[in-house]
Design a binder for this molecule. Structure first.
Ligand code: ADP
Length: 251
């Protein structure tokens, strides 16, 4: 079976201030089709960078990214941009909805940008599944945070992508809405066979995933399958201690 996402020895160095920062230090990882993975690690460990590079929103300094077996070449290449727009869904902490567009128009946007004819029927089916049918003509400002994030998930789902990347999708939500969003993400994997890779700092959120991948200092630092919030929290504390030890040793 082809992995939905494969990362091969990814490196990412930021060099904009003159002092180079290595955000990814040789990461190799695979995400099986139909799996739900949480990516965790201390602040600054490279989680967002990993997601941005895997989604083709940023370019790794070295290494390769494969989506559905096709190598991604981020950049101005329009065919590749189109490929990315239909094969990758992205859900952000702050929703990233366009305020002047209705719920339905926001959901249809990726398909329109990819030059596809808007598939209204599929859009309605997704909105219905996410309980948003009655909101489809509303502007985002009329929705709660949880509803906005559901719109963002609908937008990520509508092109039936190979993978949905979510960066702290519950970071701005109250507990109840967060639970709703996580349950939805899990259902898209379990019931609809999608692949989700989610960055989170919350062990409770990570426990909704099938497995957790840990990062520390831009490197893989272990994995946990069938995670519980307690096991994740314990592992994170241990990682924090390790990172602290290393920083301490350098000081
Ligand atoms: P995390 O998501 O785990 O908090 P990030 O991927 O955001 O980690 O960042 C990893 C490292 O790269 C950090 O040291 C951060 O300061 C640095 N970094 C991230 N983005 C940039 C950028 N655009 N320019 C310079 N440094 C960056």
């Amino acid at each position: 079976m082809t992995d939905a996402v494969r990362l091969e020895t990814l490196y990412k160095t930021y060099d904009d201030t003159g002092a180079a920062v290595t955000a990814l230090d040789g990461v190799t990882a695979s995400f099986a089709a139909g799996s739900f993975t949480a990516v965790m690690g201390p602040s600054g460990s490279g989680k967002s960078t990993l997601l941005q590079c895997a989604a083709g929103l940023d370019r790794p300094t070295a290494g390769r990214v494969f989506l559905d077996g096709v190598e991604l070449h981020p950049g101005k290449d329009t065919a590749m941009t189109k490929f990315r727009r239909t094969r990758v869904g992205f859900v952000f902490q702050d929703y990233n909805l366009l305020p002047a567009l209705t719920v339905e128009q926001n959901v249809l946007l990726p398909a329109r940008l990819a030059g596809r004819r808007a598939d209204r029927a599929r859009c309605r089916a997704v909105l219905d599944r996410l309980g948003l049918t009655e909101r489809s003509a509303d502007l985002p400002e009329r929705l709660s945070g949880g509803q906005r994030q559901r719109v963002a998930i609908a937008r990520a789902l509508v092109t039936e992508p190979a993978v949905i990347f979510a960066d702290e999708p519950t970071g701005a939500l109250d507990l109840r809405s967060a639970r709703e969003v996580l349950t939805l993400l899990r259902a898209t994997v379990r019931e609809h066979g999608r692949t989700v890779v989610m960055v989170t700092h919350d062990p409770v959120a990570a426990a909704y995933a099938d497995s957790v991948l840990f990062l520390a200092d831009g490197r893989l630092a272990g994995a946990l399958s069938a995670p519980t919030a307690e096991a994740v929290a314990a592992r994170l504390t241990h990682l924090g201690d390790l990172v602290g030890t290393r920083a301490g040793a350098l000081a």
